[in-house]
Design a protein around this ligand. Structure first.
Ligand code: SF4
Ligand code: SF4
Length: 60
């Protein structure tokens, strides 16, 4: 199983991860990204690569 970690100290709530994730893992809650569908993660790492704050870590 893949673990999706978002560092809320770094996250600005820009929504890029919501847009790039092909399986809808993320949702913005209170201006922070929350991995609400972590179990769907394909480990494609698009979110990790495109987060402008480097706030996402994918752990396989
Ligand atoms: S792309 Fe990064 S900074 Fe933007 S909402 Fe997602 S985790 Fe936060
Ligand atoms: S690694 Fe890919 S599938 Fe997993 S949360 Fe990031 S964008 Fe979505």
């Amino acid at each position: 199983m893949v673990e999706v970690k978002v560092d809320h100290d770094k996250c600005t709530g820009c929504g890029t991860c919501v847009e790039v994730c092909p399986v809808g893992v993320f949702e913005i809650q209170n201006e922070k990204s929350v991995p609400v569908n972590e179990s769907e993660c394909l480990a494609c790492r698009a979110c990790e690569a495109q987060c402008p704050e480097a706030a996402i870590e994918i752990i396989e």
